[in-house]
Design a protein around this ligand. Structure first.
Ligand code: TRP
Ligand code: SF4
Length: 400
């Protein structure tokens, strides 16, 4: 489609750390300059796994928003909001649940995987089974076209596409659809109408994606069409009925290469993180006590950076010349490990300093943060209401 709308959410279940920054947040910072972006706190999703520790969620919501802002998510470029403040998500979730086959939910791989991984929690709940559908509602309610997610979430986007398709198939078939589509083509005018027809035929006969996209662009750019006609023409292109819900695409977030303090991927569950608000003293201490190549028992024992988690941090933070210095110095026992760690400490502190300065400013001004979120919620709600009006109508809920 001509205009991209990006949407992504994050669950408020604790402090954000450098892994989040190098993985998700830097990606968001880039996207906010390229497309319309909506970023939200998925507090209901957090409750699906943390329903028995609501205090964690309560604490984490504002802190997470502050972390986003501190990292550089800009409310002038991105709409920032909280899922539960846009209750339309829950309404769409309920309505979609009516037409969601149980087997589709049971087959989503994260369902069983997470139950096994988080075996200490009782996740045999209705809410947890519905997790991907709630996510679908989050996405579909904004007609988002691009959803930046990690690899583990791709099945949820696939699931969302299937839900959208099923919904459009069931509810997009208004009486007299073909006639209405024909009338809408007339409204395009002779020349554009012919172009549309040509592209539609080409797409339907040969699967020519370019033809599809050119016809979609033609409709998007046409000023004189009503919303209903626009959707009819978009739906008619692909053969079905009106396209009410848009099928989103997963936009794979490049896997974070951020290693943790022990060389495994940085993750709260490995207890190897540096949080975005970690004090400089703690950052220093954490890096100073990182394990190194076990072969370097004494200062005079040579080592191998390939066997050392500190080296992995050099790979993220250090210049080529520093990396050469490490390789040489480690293998020849020319440098000690404490010495080797100093450039990493300096780099992490330099990266965190501006983030922490901004975080402190926002933390001191809770009203500002709340206003940013209130503003975002209002913008989001306006979009969500538009979708819901139409969903209610096609599902027979438009009583007067
Ligand atoms: N399930 C996502 C995660 O754990 C969070 C999420 C909820 C989300 N709703 C979303 C992500 C909608 C993208 C779009 O990371
Ligand atoms: Fe690791 Fe550096 Fe020590 Fe080598 S010198 S073992 S790379 S910390």
């Amino acid at each position: 489609m001509a205009v991209e709308r990006v949407l992504s959410g994050m669950r408020p279940t604790g402090n954000l750390h450098l892994g989040h920054y190098h993985g998700v947040l830097k990606n968001w910072l880039k996207l906010q300059h390229e497309h319309e972006c909506l970023f939200f706190v998925a507090d209901w999703h957090a409750l699906t796994t943390h329903y028995d520790t609501p205090e964690i969620i309560e604490e984490s919501v504002w802190e997470m928003v502050i972390d986003w802002l501190a990292a550089g998510v800009d409310p002038a470029n991105a709409t920032i909001f909280i899922q539960s403040r846009v209750p339309e998500h829950a309404e769409l979730f309920t309505l979609l649940s009516m037409m969601t086959p149980l087997g589709w939910l049971e087959r989503v791989p994260t369902y069983k995987d997470q139950q096994e991984k988080l075996a200490s929690k009782d996740l045999s709940t209705y809410g947890f089974l519905g997790y991907p559908l709630l996510q679908s509602a989050d996405i579909l309610i904004y007609n988002a076209t691009q959803v930046p997610v990690g690899e583990d979430q791709v099945p949820h986007i696939e699931f969302t596409r299937e839900i959208a398709r099923r919904f459009n198939h069931i509810y997009g078939r208004e009486p007299g659809f073909e006639e209405k589509a024909a009338a809408a083509i007339k409204k395009l005018g002779g020349k554009l109408g012919a172009l549309y027809q040509e592209a539609r035929t080409r797409y339907q006969e040969t699967g020519d994606e370019e033809a599809l996209e050119s016809a979609q662009a033609l409709i998007e750019e046409h000023q004189g069409l009503s919303l209903g006609d626009r959707e009819r023409l978009l739906g008619f292109l692909e053969g079905g009925g009106k396209m009410i819900l848009v099928e989103p695409e997963a936009k794979l977030t490049p896997a974070s290469k951020m290693p943790g303090l022990d060389g495994q991927k940085m993750s709260k569950s490995y207890n190897n993180t540096i949080s975005l608000r970690e004090s400089p003293e703690d950052v220093t201490k954490k890096i100073k006590t990182m394990p190194t190549d076990p072969a370097r028992v004494r200062r005079t024992d040579p080592g191998d950076p390939a066997k050392c988690p500190v080296w992995q941090l050099h790979e993220v933070y250090s210049s080529d010349s520093t990396k050469d210095w490490v390789q040489q110095g480690c293998k020849s026992a020319g440098i000690g490990c404490i010495e080797c760690k100093q450039p990493v400490i300096d780099a992490v502190l330099a990266e965190l300093r501006p983030i922490q300065e901004r975080a402190a400013q926002y933390a001191e001004d809770p009203t500002l943060v709340k206003n940013i979120v209130a503003d975002g919620c209002e913008k989001a709600r306006k979009l969500a209401r538009e979708t819901m009006r139409e969903v209610r109508e096609v599902m027979g809920l438009n009583y007067s």
